[in-house]
Design a protein around this ligand. Structure first.
Ligand code: GDP
Ligand code: MG
Length: 452
């Protein structure tokens, strides 16, 4: 009841599904921005976090006349990258997100990465809703901009409704084949056991109010414990990047607790927070613009941190705060744990290519991809961040052992001028791409060429 109401933080939601189902576009639609068209190959290769304040959700959902109290301050949505292997966002060993939106293209039904995502959600025991997206592509669909789906559906012809029902039934059957019960959310009497499906269009906005309301109502109803605000800081680094006027900064998701200007933080680095910045609400962390400065910030939020030495921070790892009674060495040791799983993927024979990526998560994804039987490229060394001379030096060791492996596969990172010159001089080949499988294509072509 109200008298004992606990203080809640915003739920964190991630958006998953097969490539091109409309994950980025759905977020664009809620935000009213256009990130999707600026992306490499249309695929989201980096991670963004967007905060949707409760007032905005209230505004967007008012037509549903839910008027239900929003007890959470907002909703924080993470757009996970498109590649199936980007499954490595964690917070203290558990998943980062309370709830996921699993996006399914109504014209395609379940696809390989949908099933990948499903397995991941099952493994992590993460709750989710299904956004059955692209309803506007049903033949003869009448646009009903930003309308609740029930209202939009009533305006459709019998033919459209029939096609919708056929496709919905197919999707429900496909989920059943995966061992899951799903149902259109407003027909679902068995919430909890049966997962909710919300039909949406990311282009014309039908069903978006329903999706927002469902996310907020469901999390605040079923996850009170988990969403109860705690003072213990839980924070994950999403991205390390240089920002003009700020030097190297980190984008983090603060899951719990409060961060202050001047806090001592431990990543693999030990440093002090100089500034806590957020974009204006509704703008995504990676969209350029001016920032708001804060003395302190409370979870859950996406935050940009500036500090000395952040070039050594590693995306995908947890950030720890040193409290007055904490032992710095203990915290440093804990922080290193995150690196271990990645290190264990390096080929023990010492023969293999050198792999470099922008984040721990993308490095893990790339290593996972290179390990799959169809690809099977051994790795002898790894690094995170831009390719420097020292990386070229390390890769050049293979010139003596196995010349074709004297190669750097660089994913979504820059190569410094000096590194490039040294590579030319030594005979180290560098492949650069911002889509993982393009790296494989380049490397394969190179090997095939050598064999001829
Ligand atoms: P992602 O790979 O899942 O992030 O997919 P995107 O958001 O990049 O969308 C892939 C393509 O589908 C883009 O061309 C979008 O414009 C298009 N798309 C996304 N959502 C919708 C939708 O609801 N309706 C229609 N007609 N097209 C959509
Ligand atoms: Mg995307």
């Amino acid at each position: 009841s109200d008298s004992v109401q606990k203080e809640l933080r915003s739920p964190i939601c991630c958006i998953m599904g097969h490539v091109d189902t409309g994950k980025t576009k759905l977020l664009d639609c809620i935000r009213g921005t256009n990130v999707q068209e600026g992306e490499a190959g249309g695929i989201t290769q980096q991670i963004g976090a967007t905060y949707f304040p409760a007032e905005n959700i209230r505004e967007r959902t008012k037509e549903l006349k839910a008027d239900a109290k929003l007890n959470v301050p907002g909703l924080l949505v993470i757009d996970t990258p498109g590649h199936e292997s980007f499954t490595n966002l964690r917070s203290r060993g558990s998943g980062l997100c309370e709830i996921a939106i699993l996006v399914v293209d109504i014209m395609h039904g379940l696809e390989p990465q949908t099933i990948e995502s499903l397995n991941l959600l099952k493994m992590r025991n993460t709750d989710f809703i299904v956004a059955l997206n692209k309803v506007d592509r049903l033949y003869g669909w009448k646009t009903c901009r930003n309308a609740p789906i029930g209202k939009a559906m009533k305006l459709q012809s019998k033919d459209v409704q029939m096609e919708f029902n056929n496709r919905l039934t197919q999707v429900i059957t496909q989920f059943k084949e995966q061992g899951l019960n799903t149902e259109l959310y407003y027909k679902n009497k068995d919430r909890g056991e049966t997962f909710n499906i919300v039909p949406t269009s990311a282009i014309s906005g039908e069903g978006i109010p329903d999706m927002l309301l469902l996310l907020v109502q469901w999390t605040q109803k079923t996850m009170i414990e988990r969403l109860t605000f705690s003072n213990e800081v839980e924070c994950t680094v999403l991205e390390v990047k240089v920002v003009e006027g700020h030097g190297t900064t980190i984008d983090v998701v603060l899951v719990n607790g409060v961060l202050h200007e001047g806090d001592q933080i431990v990543g693999p680095i030990v440093t002090t927070i100089r500034a806590l910045l957020t974009p204006h609400p509704m703008k995504e962390l990676r969209v350029k613009g001016t920032y708001l400065h804060h003395k302190e910030i409370k979870a859950a939020q996406g935050i940009k941190i500036t500090a000395q030495g952040l070039e050594h921070a590693i995306a995908g790892t947890s950030l720890y705060i040193v409290g007055p009674n904490d032992d710095l060495e203990d915290i440093k040791a804990t922080a290193m744990e995150d690196m271990k799983s990645v290190m264990s993927r390096i080929d023990k024979s010492g023969e293999g290519v050198y792999v470099q990526a922008s984040t721990l998560g993308s490095l893990e994804a790339l290593l996972e991809f290179l390990k799959t039987p169809a690809v099977n490229i051994p790795v002898s060394g790894i690094s995170i961040g831009p390719v420097h001379k020292k990386d070229v030096m390390k890769a050049s060791v293979m010139l003596e052992k196995k010349k074709e492996y004297a190669t750097i596969l660089a994913f979504d990172v820059k190569v410094t001028q000096e590194a490039r010159e040294l590579a030319d001089e030594l005979g180290v080949t560098i492949f650069i791409a911002d889509i993982i499988y393009h790296l494989f294509d380049q490397f394969k072509a190179y090997i095939d060429n050598l064999k001829e």
